[in-house]
Write a protein of this length. Structure first.
Length: 406
């Protein structure tokens, strides 16, 4: 049986064969003792076994991402739909992957399946990469004998989820990048450029304009405290990220604030509704009971308000309340979404209605991100113009005054 990918290493060994000849090589395993035992079974007396050091820059050892899992799901769905057996499909996907860690993970899964485990059991051994939702959907496919179609549903779900995440990241990246660049340019001007003007102005022997004096004072403060400023900003960012990971209350606070932000809050809310709808639609299509599906749906929303609301809805549905009523009571879902779910419940097509809701809100997020980008471009240009232009004007005002006097 294949060992878990995380615990598998490459070892360099040296030993003596049956003829007394010195031999050496490489072998994969979980420990030195296992390598020694394997060599002895092969008739080799091990003399030295050590773990192979990893290269300083190992391109093939990147972290396994959700995108890697999505690509694997699509590959597996395509190959199995073409009639390729499960074990062979996993093997082909593993050998064709550039990421060594992903290859190790897939070979471990292949080994487990070859040893007699179901695909569900093999994937469940790696909860970091295959969450409860993924494993439950695979289990539904195996139980119904419809694994190929279920893999296709999973691949489609993951691709749409990744596309939605990418849109949210692009909405956040552009303004963040511009703010960082603006801060760096301002810092360079404050530390290196403005002090040169300040030295020049000392020889004028006249009072400086108020704007120029203010900028020079700011520059002197920046020079004297730049390490506190940079350090404070870095510490604040690091502290916020760590607090979000370690404190549930702080994470709740950030999620609540994020939904109230102008423009961006609307995008995040639509994104959460799209994730809710897409996940629940996929699980309904897989035949998962509603109450069982709700917990996985809650975790996929990406926002604590929607998580708490979905868990409350799960409790209400478990007592016999209709889904549409539970959604209305949460006061988080727009009327259009509730009406679509109501139509789905009456017609027995909840999964199809939720899929249409997800398509609608994914398109809404796409349009909102484009609109946000278009809106931010002139605003950012204006802010940069005022900031940089203001510093330049402040430095040239004394020179202009001297020209008028002459």
């Amino acid at each position: 049986m294949a060992t878990d990918a995380v615990k598998k290493y490459t070892f360099l060994w040296e030993g003596m064969d049956k003829n007394g000849k010195r031999v050496k090589g490489e072998m994969n395993g979980t420990s030195v003792s296992l390598i020694n035992a394997t060599l002895r079974r092969q008739g080799i007396n091990p003399l030295k076994v050590r773990k192979k050091a990893k290269p300083l820059f190992e391109k093939s050892g990147k972290k396994i991402t959700t995108k890697d899992i999505a690509v694997f799901s699509r590959q597996l769905a395509t190959m199995m739909a073409s009639g390729v057996p499960l074990v062979q499909s996993i093997d082909i996907a593993a050998r064709g992957h550039e990421n060594q860690k992903m290859r190790d993970l897939l070979f471990a899964i292949k080994g487990d399946v070859e040893a007699g485990l179901t695909l569900t059991e093999a994937l469940a051994k790696h909860p970091i990469h295959f969450n409860e939702l993924y494993v439950n959907l695979i289990n539904s496919g195996e139980q119904s004998g419809n694994l190929e179609n279920m893999l296709n549903e999973i691949a489609t779900y993951q691709e749409k989820t990744e596309a939605l995440k990418s849109k949210i990241k692009s909405a956040l990246f552009y303004p963040t990048a511009v703010i960082v660049v603006a801060f760096i340019i301002t810092a360079i001007l404050m530390i290196f450029v403005i002090p040169q003007f300040a030295e020049l102005f000392k020889s004028f022997g006249a009072d400086l304009p108020a704007l120029t004096t203010m900028v020079i004072n700011m520059s002197e403060f920046f020079q004297a405290n730049w390490y506190f400023i940079f350090g404070g900003i870095g510490l604040a960012i690091y502290g916020t990220l760590q607090a979000k990971k370690r404190s549930i209350k702080f994470a709740h606070f950030l999620d609540r604030i994020s939904l109230k932000l102008p423009v961006l809050g609307d995008i995040l809310e639509k994104s959460a509704i799209a994730r809710f709808s897409r996940t629940l639609s996929t699980m309904f299509a897989a035949g998962t009971p509603l109450v069982e599906a709700m917990e996985s749906v809650a975790g996929a929303c990406g926002n604590i308000l929607f998580y708490e609301a979905t868990m409350k809805m799960r409790d209400e549905v478990a007592t016999g309340t209709q889904l549409q009523t539970a959604m209305k009571d949460s006061e988080l879902f727009p009327n259009m979404v509730i009406q679509m779910v109501a139509i789905g419940e009456e017609s027995g097509q909840v999964d199809q209605m939720l899929a249409k809701v997800a398509d609608w809100y994914e398109q809404e997020v796409d349009d909102a991100v484009e609109a946000l980008t278009s809106l931010l471009e002139p605003i950012i240009m204006a802010v940069l113009g005022v900031l940089i232009g203001g510093l330049v004007i402040a430095m040239y005002l004394p020179i202009f005054k001297m020209g008028q006097v002459v």
